[in-house]
Write a protein that binds this ligand. Structure first.
Ligand code: SF4
Length: 384
């Protein structure tokens, strides 16, 4: 299966997998200790970008680019600028409105800021996660609160938008520390916050340490309470929630993420990167050696591809839509359902409304403040 060359692609995701260390909770395609491959991998990325562009029926007018990882702030300056040269010569960049790069504290040099500006990067996403140095170091994340604060100040005013990622429910972070973090970040010169619940992914060192009772996770109900407190506190600090994990000062919602939530096509480049052409979800090969060899041979190499069935598309629309503040059109989530299934949907919807777990706004439905952390349960109940 190949990416549909006729898809109306306006967004690119580029994966830079190199990291200076491997965090114990990390589920991503991330490589520590393999920096020697950076140059060859960079050339492979360029090859994939060029081949993708040449295969498209129409020129690709890009609106958003997201460079994720891994730790893209380890991308050497001259190689990063070279990639942007390729992008500018390969794609129509006249309508570009957002280019994001992820950066981790402790990996950014002051002179990189000018390089990113020169490249045209508009948005920096900083991996903060926590300000508790001991907790982070126990999870093999080698950054300090001092580096976080320094980086935020260095970035301020140099880019249209600075976003931070934080993780709620990290073992060892007290409620008090978490509340202090939320209060502090409200005072930072940033435009966006992504707040994720800690997920313990099978196969990660964190998973094994939890399984062996070497680490105890905070109770779910306490974490959920803290989440609700954070939502309210961020709102009073000027950060509007526009998705269950996403908060922005007015006008600074992530444009790239909305492409994912709108189920619009996007092309992923690099190892393990996902693409969606409107009909199929396709993932690139995760093994860097196999990937680089394939690019040098002039071919794509994928590790999974799945046509999204009508049923699956409906479920995706429901799940992604409920998470958003603007909700999802009822007509979009019942389209194609038999009369009988529609009846079942509406009776379940009514029951959820009575329990105040769903709210209706005109022709749309969305989660309520009470069900923000129950998205999976509500979606499952409405998938008739
Ligand atoms: S820095 Fe990010 S991508 Fe790298 S190992 Fe840690 S969590 Fe994973």
């Amino acid at each position: 299966m190949r990416y549909n060359a006729q898809a109306q692609t306006e967004s690119l995701y580029i994966h830079w997998p190199f990291c200076p260390y491997k965090c114990h909770f990390c589920p991503f395609v991330a490589l520590a200790g393999q920096d020697a491959h950076m140059g060859r991998y960079h050339e492979s990325i360029k090859k994939e970008l060029i081949r993708f562009s040449e295969e498209q029926v129409n020129p690709v007018p890009l609106k958003t680019i997201y460079i994720g990882g891994g730790t893209p702030s380890t991308w050497p300056d001259e190689l990063l600028l070279d990639t942007f040269d390729t992008l500018k010569h390969t794609f129509d960049m006249r309508s570009i409105s957002e280019i994001t790069i992820e950066a981790n504290p402790g990996t950014v040099r002051l002179e990189q800021i000018a390089v990113w500006q020169k490249a045209g990067i508009t948005r920096i996403s900083v991996g903060v996660q926590s300000l508790n140095d001991v907790v982070l170091q126990n999870l093999n994340r080698k950054q300090s609160a001092a580096q976080v604060r320094q980086l935020i100040q260095q970035l301020a005013g140099n880019f249209s938008s600075v976003s931070i990622d934080i993780i709620i429910g990290l073992p060892g972070v007290s409620d008090q520390e978490w509340r202090e973090l939320i209060h502090e970040l409200i005072s930072w010169p940033i435009q966006h916050v992504s707040m994720y619940f800690l997920s313990v992914h099978e196969g990660t060192p964190l998973y094994f340490r939890v399984a062996r009772s070497q680490i105890t996770l905070p109770p779910d109900d306490e974490t959920v309470d803290l989440y609700y407190w954070s939502v309210a506190t961020l709102a009073s600090g000027g950060f509007e929630q526009y998705e269950t994990s996403s908060f922005a000062r007015p006008g600074w919602a992530s444009q790239h993420n909305q492409v994912y939530w709108d189920r619009k096509p996007f092309k992923g480049v690099g190892i393990g990167a996902w693409s969606f052409d409107g009909e199929a979800r396709i993932q690139n090969e995760k093994n860097i050696q196999i990937y680089m060899q394939a690019q040098e041979d002039g071919r794509d190499v994928i590790c999974s591809a799945e046509l999204v069935t009508e049923e699956a598309a409906r479920l995706e629309t429901l799940m992604l839509g409920l998470r958003r503040n603007k909700g999802v059109l009822i007509s979009d989530v019942i389209e194609g359902l038999t009369e009988e299934r529609q009846q079942l949907f509406f009776s379940r919807l009514e029951a959820l409304e009575e329990k105040k777990l769903i709210q209706k706004e005109g022709q749309k439905i969305k989660l309520t403040p009470m069900s923000l952390a129950l998205e999976n349960e509500v979606s499952a109940h409405l998938s008739v």
